[in-house]
Design a binder for this molecule. Structure first.
Ligand SMILES: [Zn+2]
Length: 76
């Protein structure tokens, strides 16, 4: 599957592993970051940069598990 880079305009192949994917990819030509959303092997959205929703979650501290602090917040 080919992505049209917003930054440099080149097309680059991201392969079959991104047929159903949402998150960051890096352009092989200009190394610019794109955030893409694909579904069933077709492009649904391409944005420049890394979106907040696709960012990597912060690592959890293992010590939080047994501390007296309230349990981790969970969005209802
Ligand atoms: Zn590019």
């Amino acid at each position: 599957m080919y992505i049209n880079c917003i930054h440099c305009g080149h097309k680059f192949d991201i392969g079959r592993s991104y047929d159903d994917y949402e998150g960051p990819v890096r352009c092989a030509t200009c190394r610019g970051m794109l955030t893409i959303r694909t579904e069933d092997g077709s492009i649904r959205a391409v944005r420049s940069g890394i979106s907040d929703s696709a960012s990597i979650p912060a690592p959890r501290l293992a010590s939080e598990e047994s501390s007296q602090a309230p349990a981790s917040q969970q969005a209802a």
